[in-house]
Write a new protein. Structure first.
Length: 137
C-alpha cells in the first residue's frame, strides 16, 4: 500500500461511499494525531465536519469548519495523497458561498465528492466497499 494508511483509505471511503461525515472525523482525527498533525489531514477533516454540521442544521458551525478547512488546503498542490484537493477546495468555497446566502436562497444539503486520482487508492476504497471496516464504539 504505497503511502496510503488504512485510516486515510477509510476516510475516503466514509466520505465518498457511506457519506458518514462523523465517521470521517473519527478516522481522520486518529490519523491526524498519528501522523504528526498534518494541516492537510486537518483540512480534510474540517471539510467533512463542515458537511456534518450543515446536514445537522448547524449553519454557523458549518461555515466555520469549511472556512478553516479551505484555509489549510487552498495552497496545497492540486493533486495530493491521490486525490484532487484543488477541486474539493473549489467545491467547498461554493458551499460556503451558498451557506452565506442561505436566508435569501435556501438550499438542501448535498454531498461533496473527493475525486480520487490514483488507481491504487481507488482500488483500496473499492476493497472497503466489498469488506467494510468495523469500528468499536
Amino acid at each position: 500500500m504505497r503511502g496510503y494508511e488504512r485510516l486515510y483509505v477509510e476516510f475516503v471511503y466514509y466520505f465518498n461511499v457511506e457519506r458518514d461525515y462523523f465517521e470521517c472525523h473519527e478516522v481522520m482525527e486518529e490519523l491526524w494525531l498519528e501522523e504528526g498533525r498534518s494541516p492537510v489531514f486537518q483540512g480534510l477533516l474540517q471539510i467533512a465536519v463542515g458537511l456534518y454540521h450543515y446536514r445537522n442544521g448547524n449553519v454557523s458551525g458549518s461555515i466555520k469548519l469549511f472556512t478553516q478547512g479551505i484555509a489549510k488546503l487552498e495552497n496545497q498542490p492540486e493533486i495530493l495523497y491521490g486525490i484532487r484537493v484543488g477541486k474539493l477546495v473549489e467545491e467547498s468555497r461554493t458551499y460556503v458561498e451558498k451557506l452565506l446566502r442561505l436566508e435569501e436562497e435556501p438550499f438542501d444539503f448535498y454531498d461533496l465528492d473527493i475525486e480520487v486520482t490514483d488507481p491504487e487508492l481507488d482500488d483500496k476504497v473499492r476493497e472497503l466497499i466489498e469488506h467494510p471496516p468495523v469500528h468499536e464504539d
